[in-house]
Structures are given as structure tokens and as C-alpha cells.
Design a protein around this ligand. Sequence first.
Ligand SMILES: [Fe+2]
Ligand SMILES: [Fe+2]
Length: 154
Amino acid sequence: MQKNAITPTFRITSSIIDDHINAEKLIAEFQSLKVKNEPAAKKLFLKIKEELMVHMTKEEEVLFPLFESRTQIQGSGPTVTMRNEHKQISALLNKMEKTLRNPKRNARQEAVMEKELLKLLKMHEEKEEEVFYPWLDKMLPEQEKKTAVAQMRN
Ligand SMILES: [Fe+2]
Ligand SMILES: [Fe+2]
């Protein structure tokens, strides 16, 4: 008897979670590197910032519009909230970069900003991973999801 092949469902959420985990790992690496090798830590911070900015831009340009066009919700709703959170995260990343470049650095202030960044990311990413992208995964056809993730990656 031939078994029916079960086609695994493609999930945008899994791909997004991979990016989030990667950013978390890099931030942890940055925090431990700061104590041992400051120039390397600064370089790593710029990489983290770049990766987070690309991730957020791709979400805004590729994924959020899929929700907005399906639901016709644009001027309010979850994507407006998430775009605002992206603005907060990117403003904080800019502030952190400025602080790192300042010769008169303040370790306490840096620690406060790192804590704030982790808090903002956690709050934002939980929403994406648990509510927004699972919803998008349910709503979109397989091919559209695959195309969207491919666009996220290039
Ligand atoms: Fe996001
Ligand atoms: Fe995200």
C-alpha cells in the first residue's frame, strides 16, 4: 500500500526565528567580547547593527505588505505598531554605535542600553514569532510564502 506523502508545510515563522536566534547569539558574543577584545567587539557591533537593519527592512518591504494587502489594514493595526518598534530599535542601535565610537565611553550607560535593546527585541520578536508570522503562515499559499522568504534572503 502506498503511503500518502506528507508535504511539510513551509513556514515563514521558522525562517524569521532563525534570524532572531542568530541576532541573539551575536549580541551575547558581543557582550562577552567587550571585556576581552574591544576593537573586535566594536566590529561585531557594526555587524549586528547591519544584520538587524537588513532584517527589519526586509520585513517592512517584503512581509508586512503581504499582510497589509490581504487585510487592507494599513493605517493602523499590527504592522504600524511593528514599524514603530523597528524605529525604536534602529534609533537605539544608532545611539549605541555613537557611544561605542566616543573615546570617553561610559560602561554603565552602555550596559543600560544593551539591556534596553534586549528588552525591545524580546518584546518585538515574541509578537512576530507567536502571533504575526504564524498568522501570515496560515493565511498565505505555500508558493507565496516560499517566494517571500527567497526575497527576504536576497
Ligand atoms: Fe521585526
Ligand atoms: Fe523580526
